[in-house]
Design a protein around this ligand. Structure first.
Ligand code: HEC
Ligand code: HEC
Ligand code: HEC
Ligand code: HEC
Ligand code: HEC
Length: 365
C-alpha cells in the first residue's frame, strides 16, 4: 500500500511538473510562432524572407557583463530590434529609439526596466509572479534607473525631476533625524544608504505610506504625505545602491552631455486599428487572472482580502458592494481621479491588467 502511495505520488509530481512546464513552454512558443509567421508576411526583400523562414523556436538570451548575467526578455520581446513591428502590441512591438544609444548587447533590458531577467513566463519575468521579487520599474519609477547611470548632469531636468524632488522631501521631513544616508544622520532607524538594493519600489512605497502596515510595531512616524510625494521619495530611495549594484552600472556610466531626449522613429504604414493588426493583437494578448494579479501586482502588500494581506490601505474583502467594475477600472487607471489626495499609488498597470483586477474585485460581494 505504502509503496503504491509512493509511486502514485511520484506520478502525480511528474504530471504536475509536466503541466507547469508545458504551460510556460507554450506561452513563449506562442509568441515566437506569431512573430515568425508575421515576419515572413512582412518580408519585403528576398534576404528578409530567407532570414524569416530560417528562424527557430528556441529560448533566446542576452549575455552581459562578460557572460555573467543572463537575460531572457528577448525570448518573448522578439520584435524589439525589427522596425517592421512598430504597430504591433507588446511583446512583439519594436522598441522605442532609446535602444539606439543603449544597445541591448551592452545594456540588456533589466538595467532600465527591472524585472526577473532569467524567467521565461510573463508574470515571473515582469516580477508579478506569486513572489514579487523584483517588480518592473514603470512610469516615473524608471527615472531611478536613468539616474543611476546618468546622474543629474547628462539628462534634461524632466528625466530626473522625481529623484531631485524626492531628495528635497527627505530633507524637508527630516528623515535624517533618525536615518543615516552615506554616513550622515541619526541612528534611531536603520541606515538607508543601500535601501534601493535591498527593497523593491513597491515595498518602499508601502512602508513610506504607513510603516506599521508593513512592519508590525514599527515606531517610525506616519507622515502626512500625498501620493506624488511618497512616489518621489520612493524613486529617490531606489537610487541608493550597494557596492555590487553600483558596479553593475559603473562600466556603463554615461559621460557625454545630453540635451534632447531621443525621438521615436516615424510610424510605419500599418495601424493598430486596422482589422488585420487587431486580429494579430488579439492572438498575442496575455490572459491575466485577477486573483493571481492581486498578489503579483502588489495589491496584497497593502490590502487584505479575507485574512491575507497588508494593512496600508483598507480591506477589500467586500469591495464589490461599494464599487462596481467600471468605478474600479477608473480607480486603477488613475487613483487620483477617484481618491484625490489619497495614498493609493499609481501602479502604471495596463488596460488588460486593470480589466481583470476590476472584474475580480467587483465580484467580492
Ligand atoms: C514569457 C514572455 C515574456 C517574457 C520572458 C518577458 N515579457 Fe515583457 N511582455 C510580455 C507580454 C505578453 C507583454 C504584454 C502584456 C500585456 O499587454 O499585459 C509584455 C509587456 C511588457 C512591457 C509593457 C508593460 C506594460 O504594462 O505595458 C514591458 C515594459 C516588458 N514587457 C518588459 C519586459 C522585460 C524587461 C522582460 C525581461 C525581464 C520581459 N518583459 C520578459 C511577455 C514577456
Ligand atoms: C536605456 C533604457 C532601456 C533599455 C536598455 C530597455 N528599455 Fe524598454 N523602455 C525604456 C523606456 C524609457 C520605455 C518607455 C518608452 C520610451 O520612452 O522610450 C521603454 C518601453 C518598453 C516597452 C513598452 C513599449 C510599449 O509598447 O508600451 C517594452 C515592452 C520594453 N521597453 C521592453 C524592453 C526590452 C525587452 C528590452 C531589452 C531588449 C528593453 N526594453 C531595454 C527604456 C529601456
Ligand atoms: C546602464 C547605464 C545607463 C542607463 C540605465 C541609462 N543610460 Fe542613457 N546612456 C548611457 C550611456 C553610456 C550613454 C552614452 C552612449 C553614447 O555615448 O552613445 C547614454 C546616452 C543617453 C542619451 C543620449 C542619446 C544620444 O543619442 O545622444 C539619452 C537621451 C539617454 N541616455 C537617456 C536615458 C534615459 C531616459 C534613461 C532611463 C530610461 C537612460 N538613459 C538609462 C547609459 C545609461
Ligand atoms: C522618529 C524616527 C524616524 C523618522 C523621523 C523616520 N524614520 Fe524611517 N524608520 C524609523 C524606524 C525606527 C525604522 C525601523 C522600523 C521599520 O522598518 O518601520 C524605520 C524604517 C525605515 C525604512 C525601512 C528600512 C529597511 O530597509 O528596513 C525606510 C525606507 C524608512 N524608514 C524611510 C524613512 C523616510 C523616507 C523618512 C522621512 C520621510 C523616515 N524614514 C523618517 C524611524 C524613523
Ligand atoms: C502601497 C500601498 C497600496 C498598494 C500597493 C495598493 N493600494 Fe489600493 N489603496 C491604498 C490606500 C492607502 C488606499 C486608501 C485610499 C487612499 O488613501 O487613497 C487604497 C484604496 C484602494 C481602493 C478603494 C477602497 C475603498 O474602500 O474604497 C481600492 C479598490 C484599491 N485600493 C485597490 C487596489 C488594487 C487592486 C491594488 C493592486 C493593483 C492596490 N489597491 C494596490 C494603498 C495601496
Amino acid at each position: 500500500m505504502e509503496k503504491w502511495l509512493g509511486v502514485s505520488g511520484v506520478v502525480l509530481i511528474l504530471v504536475l511538473g509536466w503541466t507547469v512546464w508545458d504551460a510556460s513552454q507554450e506561452e513563449w512558443e506562442h509568441y515566437q510562432q506569431i512573430y515568425y509567421r508575421e515576419a515572413v508576411r512582412l518580408a519585403q526583400k528576398r534576404a528578409q524572407m530567407e532570414w524569416a523562414t530560417h528562424l527557430r523556436t528556441e529560448i533566446r538570451q542576452l549575455q552581459l557583463n562578460g557572460q555573467t548575467i543572463v537575460e531572457r526578455c528577448v525570448t518573448c520581446h522578439l520584435g524589439y530590434d525589427n522596425p517592421a513591428f512598430q504597430d504591433f502590441v507588446a511583446p512583439l512591438r519594436t522598441h522605442s529609439a532609446i535602444l539606439k544609444s543603449h544597445s541591448e548587447e551592452r545594456f540588456g533590458c533589466v538595467v532600465c526596466h527591472g524585472g526577473e531577467g532569467r524567467a521565461v513566463s510573463t508574470l515571473e519575468a515582469h516580477g508579478q509572479g506569486e513572489i514579487t521579487a523584483k517588480p518592473m520599474l514603470k512610469g516615473k519609477y524608471m527615472q531611478a534607473a536613468c539616474y543611476n547611470c546618468h546622474g543629474l548632469k547628462t539628462l534634461p531636468p524632466q528625466a530626473t525631476a522625481s529623484v531631485v524632488h524626492g531628495r528635497q522631501l527627505v530633507n524637508q521631513y527630516l528623515c535624517l533625524g533618525c536615518h543615516k544616508i552615506d554616513g550622515e544622520g541619526g541612528e534611531e532607524g536603520p541606515d538607508l544608504s543601500t535601501v534601493g538594493s535591498h527593497r523593491t519600489w513597491l515595498w518602499i512605497y508601502a512602508h513610506t505610506a504607513r510603516p506599521q502596515g508593513v512592519v508590525s510595531g514599527s515606531t517610525m512616524p506616519v507622515f502626512s504625505l500625498g501620493r506624488d510625494e511618497i512616489q518621489d521619495i520612493t524613486i529617490y530611495l531606489m537610487t541608493l545602491l550597494d557596492g555590487r549594484d553600483r558596479v553593475r552600472y559603473l562600466p556603463l556610466l554615461a559621460k557625454r552631455v545630453v540635451r534632447e531626449p531621443p525621438a521615436d522613429p516615424p510610424s510605419a504604414s500599418r495601424r493598430r486599428d486596422d482589422p488585420e493588426s487587431r486580429a494579430v493583437a488579439s492572438q498575442i494578448a496575455y490572459h491575466y487572472d485577477g486573483k493571481k494579479l492581486f498578489q503579483g501586482a502588489g495589491c496584497s502588500l497593502c490590502h487584505t482580502i479575507d485574512i491575507r494581506g497588508g494593512e496600508v490601505g483598507p480591506a477589500l474583502t467586500y469591495i464589490g458592494r461599494k464599487r462596481n467594475a467600471e468605478n474600479l477600472e477608473r480607480l486603477l487607471k488613475n487613483p487620483e481621479d477617484i481618491l484625490p489626495g489619497g495614498k493609493m499609488p499609481q501602479l502604471y498597470l495596463n488596460d488588460l491588467q486593470i480589466k481583470e483586477l476590476a472584474r475580480y474585485l467587483s465580484m467580492r460581494q
